[in-house]
Design a protein around this ligand. Structure first.
Ligand code: GUN
Ligand code: ZN
Length: 430
């Protein structure tokens, strides 16, 4: 493999945030991208890039879309094998399907198999970075990071902490959650492209002591992200009120234990009170929109137009296996549909940004991933814009690039993924 590679196609890059600026004008389509030493060196006209790198190998993907690899900002890799489990809302779904499956990861060999399976599936769907919950077993974190590292991925994950309202086999304690998480930070945070995420599952499964311990751990490691769930279902919010009667609201449970800052990732965040939206916007924390999950387990409609008008930072995620797909294309389609139901028509540039640059910003990694811009790591996905007969016939009618891309966003799946690049190398699943 030569040092330099030029990929040709419709190369999509963003020079502004299309959620807060005119969408189409925030994006640029160029003819080619130059990759050097695992990073993006430049994008632009083919002749200019050839002149800059005369020895570069040229890989032609003409007619296809080349964009940053997808970033799934909230997933549960241990739930891979129970995706699409029928008929339950959140609390019953956790008790009946999720916790029994997560118990199986007490076997490290099973955890390693699921981590490999999960990353093979998500790479086949064009996802190059996942932020994942693991289980409460520290070995489940080792399994995920080992599999991600073997594939050269930028990945983020943490041991799910819970010390109550879950089966005894999954419960840790305030002390062990703190100490095990601290040991995992020492083992994995900053190794290659991996970063550790402090991970209390959600308020109902943590005691106040455990939340305090994790708040203290975060204060000691402020460069870590923190992820959890917030205001996903109405019944869950009522439960939190009963468990934490002194809290002003659900967000206050986290805030009062030192678990709110701009490096917090709050999954779902659907049913928010005005104080919560104000504090979230003020803190700069990210709300992670999980549209297929919000429909699948009946959680509700995330009002993206309203949240954007408040200035919230927003990422997009599958929430596998509460979410019903591994595909960020399918997740963009669901985000489009849910936005329509709440009165907002998201532009294709906005949907692609949600799956790339918005996720990178939520992770505070916008200087590394999430866009095609000089200096960023070359994690890329090349999309076939006519991957099925149904998509191809609609694509044939397109008058501009956005009309050419939108059928793939709405109807595409892993068949649309022509190639994935990880840190400047084409990924070979063998
Ligand atoms: N809330 C607490 N745990 C979970 C989980 O695993 N999935 C979802 N969707 N919500 C949760
Ligand atoms: Zn989740």
């Amino acid at each position: 493999m030569p040092r330099d590679t030029i990929l040709t196609g419709h190369v999509l890059s963003f020079h502004a945030n299309p959620l807060t600026n005119p969408a189409a004008q925030s994006a640029r389509i160029s003819e080619a991208v130059l990759i050097r030493d695992g990073h993006i060196a430049a994008s632009g006209a083919i002749d200019d890039l050839r002149a800059a790198a005369p020895d570069a190998q040229v890989d032609r993907h003409d007619g296809h879309l080349i964009c940053a690899g997808f970033i799934d900002a909230h997933a549960h890799y241990p739930q891979t094998a129970i995706i699409a489990s029928w008929g339950k809302r959140l609390i019953d779904w956790l008790n009946d399907y999720t916790f029994p499956e997560e118990m199986r990861l007490s076997d490290p060999a099973y955890g390693a198999r699921i981590a490999e399976r999960y990353l093979d599936l998500t790479l086949a769907h064009g996802t190059t970075t996942t932020v994942s919950f693991c289980t409460s077993h520290p070995a489940s974190v080792d399994a995920f990071f080992t599999a991600a590292r073997a594939r050269g991925l930028r990945a983020a994950a943490g041991k799910t902490c819970m010390d109550r309202n879950a089966p005894p086999g999954l419960c840790d304690s305030a002390r062990s959650a703190h100490d095990d998480s601290a040991a995992l930070i020492a083992r994995w945070h900053g190794v290659d492209r991996l970063s550790y995420v402090i991970t209390p599952r959600f308020a109902p499964t943590s005691s106040a002591e455990q939340l305090d311990a994790l708040g203290a751990l975060w204060a000691a490691h402020p460069d870590c992200l923190m992820q959890t769930h917030l205001c996903e279902q109405i019944e869950e919010i009522a439960w939190v009120k009963r468990l934490f009667p002194k809290a002003r609201d659900y967000l206050d449970v986290y805030e009062s234990h030192g678990l709110l800052s701009e490096r917090a990732l709050f999954g779902h965040a659907i049913h928010l009170a005005p104080r919560e939206t104000a504090r979230l916007a003020e803190s700069g924390a990210a709300l992670i929109h999980c549209p297929t999950s919000n429909s699948f387990i009946g959680s509700g409609l995330f009002d993206i137009g309203q949240r954007l008008s408040e200035g919230q930072r927003i990422g997009l995620a599958t929430d596998t296996g509460g979410g019903s797909s591994f595909s960020m294309l399918r997740t963009m389609a669901a985000a489009y549909e849910i936005a329509q139901l709440t009165g907002t028509a998201l532009h294709p540039a906005q949907l692609l940004w949600l799956a790339t640059g918005a996720g990178a910003a939520a992770l505070h990694m916008q200087d590394r991933i999430g866009n095609i811009a000089p200096g960023l790591e070359a994690d890329l996905v090349i999309l076939d814009l006519a991957s099925t007969p149904a998509i191809a016939q609609r694509h044939a009618r397109a008058d501009d690039i956005w009309e050419a891309v939108f059928p793939t966003i709405m109807m595409g799946d892993d068949r649309a993924i022509r190639q994935v690049w990880i840190a400047g190398w084409p990924y070979d699943p063998q």
